[in-house]
Design a protein around this ligand. Structure first.
Ligand code: IMP
Length: 436
């Protein structure tokens, strides 16, 4: 059986939640490898719509093992709330949820700092989700962070938390809420909540490698997207973790040699939440129409997403840095009503052409998209489950994206539900056992 990484190829919100939920049927375990509650995966099960921020969406499938890797940052109260929500939906999680002891905690002061740092950035703000993600990863990298496993030693935990909080209070002496945070109180709350999470703690590298050695298959679930990756994204307008495929290995303790393939999830157009360059952004009625038809509002913050045409330069870059074996093309039906559709095939900047994504924010900001226009198919494809049943112009669009990105489209989403999906028998999909 195959071990596959699911990664976002754009700026997040590509529909990884649906893909992971759908594909987890074919895998034994789902492991999340980075990010925290900044992610929000909307999953539709039957008539019910739920948003998961931390627990992999595979949890909704009976008997599937769900793992939160060491690369994830955990907001404990938020995790417990999510668990409560799942329990209410009668999802069984007791024996199949595993949390790495080495995952770092997002603490209340991280959230205060996230908001404060954004305020201080003023016009240069990143547009973060304010979930404390950046400050938590800063502490991890500064080697002052607190891991969830540290909660098993209350004395050590209290000591670390006090030192950490005092340091922040000294850095921001005028921040009243931060000044009023009491280390002992925060520690007591975390320790109390930890009692409900203690049983899930594990050495996640050991668990996953044991599963792999026993011939079981793992689906690695990335959050956010390639263009939000701390190293490979549109820095500084990025998140603070490794959202690309490489992060799956460091974020779970699994060797790259154990990975059999990488599925890049992409929308049939492009969206972005928060600030930063976005060459194909549409600020006109077409952008508004995409937002309305695609219901492009953030799953975590409710913010309207910026919308634009498909950017083949960006996805080609994602294909390169992730080594994509196949693409999952999401929300293709959102383009149903388009008379004509544009595809960005290259950029132009100061008279110079770019075929490769110039990953420097200053440069990218000045890039103008070069578009190719194709006719729309002008009919509903909602719920189509067979590739051959798609209108010829729709297939031509898919095949044009394949040609421009150099990656085959193995999965096409034609609606939000699990069954509104086309699985194509491309070599990668066959190798992973997802299509015949
Ligand atoms: P942070 O991850 O909250 O620090 O936010 C940094 C940037 O990443 C902001 O532009 C956010 O809007 C964006 N971002 C973070 N998580 C997601 C996500 O799950 N989907 C889309 N954008 C995200």
């Amino acid at each position: 059986m195959a071990n596959v990484i699911v990664v976002g190829t754009q700026w997040g919100d590509e529909g990884k939640g649906k893909v992971v939920d759908l594909l987890s049927e074919y895998f034994d375990a789902v492991a999340r490898y980075q990010g925290g509650t900044n992610a929000g995966h909307t999953v539709v099960v039957g008539e019910e719509k739920i948003v998961l921020h931390l627990v992999p969406s595979g949890v909704l499938r009976k008997g599937k093992i769900c793992i939160l890797g060491n690369g994830v940052v955990i907001d404990l109260p938020a995790l417990l709330q999510e668990i409560d929500q799942l329990v209410r939906l009668q999802v069984k999680i007791d024996e199949n949820l595993f949390i790495s002891k080495n995952a770092h905690l997002v603490l209340p002061y991280h959230k205060l700092l996230d908001a404060e740092l954004e305020r201080l950035r003023g016009g240069r703000r990143i547009g973060t989700t304010r979930r404390g993600i950046g400050p938590a990863y800063v502490d991890k990298m500064a080697r002052t962070g607190i891991r969830i496993g540290d909660l098993t030693d209350p004395t050590l935990f209290r000591e670390r938390l006090r030192a950490n909080l005092e340091e922040k209070q000294a850095q921001f002496p005028h921040h009243q809420e931060l000044r009023e945070l009491d280390a002992e109180k925060v520690a007591a709350e975390q320790l109390e909540q930890f009692e409900r999470a203690r049983g899930f703690l594990t050495d996640c590298s050991l668990v996953i490698n044991d599963l792999i050695n026993a011939g079981r298959s793992i689906l690695f679930e990335g959050a956010q997207g390639t263009l939000l990756d701390i190293d490979l994204g549109t820095y500084p307008f990025v998140t603070s973790s490794s959202a690309t495929a490489g992060g799956a290995c460091t974020g779970t303790g699994v060797s790259p040699t154990a990975i059999n393939g990488i599925l890049g999830v992409t929308k049939a157009y492009t969206t972005r939440v928060g600030e930063g360059p976005f060459p194909t952004e549409l600020t006109d009625a077409m952008g508004e129409a995409l937002r309305e038809r695609g219901q492009e509002f953030g799953a975590t913050t409710g913010r309207p997403r910026r919308c634009g045409w498909f950017d083949a330069v960006a996805v080609r870059y994602s294909a390169r840095v992730n080594g994509l074996s196949a693409l999952a093309l999401m929300k293709l039906d959102v383009l149903d009503a388009c008379e004509r559709i544009r595809i960005c095939t290259g950029y132009r900047r100061k008279g110079e052409g770019y075929q490769d994504f110039p990953n420097e924010t200053g440069l990218l900001k000045e890039c103008e998209p070069i578009y190719e226009e194709v006719p729309g198919w002008n009919e509903s494809i909602v719920g189509t489950t067979s590739y051959d049943r798609l209108p010829a112009r729709c297939r031509a669009y898919v095949e044009r994206l394949e040609a421009l990105t150099g990656v085959e489209v193995g999965l096409i989403s034609t609606g939000p539900r699990r069954d509104q999906t086309i699985l194509r028998a491309t070599p990668a999909m066959r190798q992973w056992g997802l299509a015949r």
